[in-house]
Design a binder for this molecule. Structure first.
Ligand SMILES: [Zn+2]
Length: 128
């Protein structure tokens, strides 16, 4: 089981709530919501007690898992065999290309296909 949360294009803070000025979606403490914004913003997957996303920098895409989403990010190590690593890398690049390109640095969301691969191969993947 996993949960997908989306970043939004902005925020309006009132006494009662924080909402996105564009789509009026109510945002949580991480300024995200389960529904996408009008623009294609980054989505983050909450899976296995961790936050998952892809960091693209210098034409390299790296799958990241962190314990938290705010402040200093505590990254965890993802360890698996070569074959699993190859498949993950392939799905990571596909995820990036769905929303951008490897030469556009930034954070990207995992595709459903990638999250499902992680779920189905839990026995081959160690998180440290
Ligand atoms: Zn929005």
């Amino acid at each position: 089981m996993y949960e997908r949360l989306y970043q939004h294009s902005g925020m309006l803070i009132s006494e009662k709530e924080t909402i996105c000025p564009l789509c009026h979606e109510e945002l949580d403490e991480n300024l995200m919501s389960p529904n996408p914004c009008v623009y294609d913003t980054t989505s983050f997957v909450k899976y296995n007690g961790l936050w998952w996303f892809i960091n693209v920098w210098n034409c390299r895409a790296v799958l990241c898992a962190t314990e938290n989403m705010r402040g200093y990010l505590r990254y965890r190590k993802i360890i698996c065999d070569e074959k699993t690593k190859e498949k993950i890398n392939e799905l990571v690049i596909k995820s990036v290309e769905e929303h951008g390109a490897l030469n556009i640095s930034g954070l990207y969301g995992l595709s459903d296909e990638l999250v499902e691969f992680l779920e189905n191969n839990e026995d081959k993947i160690t998180i440290q």
